[in-house]
Design a protein around this ligand. Structure first.
Ligand SMILES: *Cc1c(COP(=O)(O)O)cnc(C)c1O
Length: 227
């Protein structure tokens, strides 16, 4: 299948999930996770109308951004971010989906202050409780929000989670719903000046369930580039 056909199919599946859950399809944005492909292919992705690019490793994110950012697009850093690599990402990537600890918030704030910029961030939450997954423990999320709210360079726009690789849909649905409920609670308690609107959840094997449960960003690699 070609890239264009894959994009078409994914969009249809998102449409159906929106219909099933009475959501407006314009609320769901696809992030093309380009970690499987090189610079030239990523250029084709941008030209094919998928303008949100997601990368999870600094060493491949930076060359792609350097080669292609003149074409526009919106650049999302979605992987674990080491504090000593923050410098390379801030000022280039538009969103960081993996804010998961205080030391990272501090490092981002420091760099953003130097550059006199603000950074859109999503807090990564470990809803599933899997030890191998990164993210803030849901029990510590509200305290975490309290401790980062004074970093005025951080524009907290939403929450992100990674679900386990399983085929059983019911625990997946619980995880995605759990993230939505946490976001709603943060907004009810007005932990930030602006309400959090974004939910970054859903990958190739589970994005329809995530959309049904309120995803606003789906992060898709395999289904676009490997099928
Ligand atoms: C690789 C990756 C994705 C995309 O996964 P696929 O299953 O290939 O769609 C999404 N989010 C993160 C953080 C990733 O590292």
């Amino acid at each position: 299948m070609s890239l264009l056909e894959n994009i078409q199919q994914v969009k249809q599946r998102i449409d159906q999930a929106c219909e099933k859950s009475s959501r407006n399809v314009s609320e769901v944005k696809i992030i093309a996770v380009t970690k499987y492909i090189g610079v030239e292919e990523t250029k084709h992705v941008l030209e094919s109308g998928l303008t949100r690019i997601g990368e999870n490793k600094v060493q491949s994110a930076i060359p792609k951004h350097e080669a292609l950012s003149s074409l526009g697009g919106e650049w999302h850093f979605i992987g674990y971010l080491q504090t000593n690599k923050v410098k390379q990402i801030i000022g280039k990537f538009d969103y960081i989906h993996s804010l998961d600890r205080l030391s990272l918030a501090e490092a981002i704030h420091k760099r953003a202050t130097q550059l006199q910029t603000r950074v859109k961030c999503l807090i990564q939450v470990n809803v599933s409780g899997e030890e191998s997954k990164g993210g803030v423990d849901p029990k510590e999320l509200f305290d975490f929000c309290q401790s980062i709210r004074h970093y005025e360079t951080l524009e907290i726009v939403g929450l992100m989670t990674m679900a386990p690789h399983i085929n059983d849909t019911s625990p997946l649905r619980d995880i995605f719903r759990g993230l939505r409920e946490l976001r709603d609670q943060i907004n009810q308690q007005q932990l930030f000046d602006e309400p959090l609107l974004e939910l970054s959840m859903g990958m190739s094997n589970d994005f329809e369930i995530a959309v049904e449960e309120g995803a606003t960003f789906v992060r898709l690699g395999t289904v676009l580039f490997k099928s």
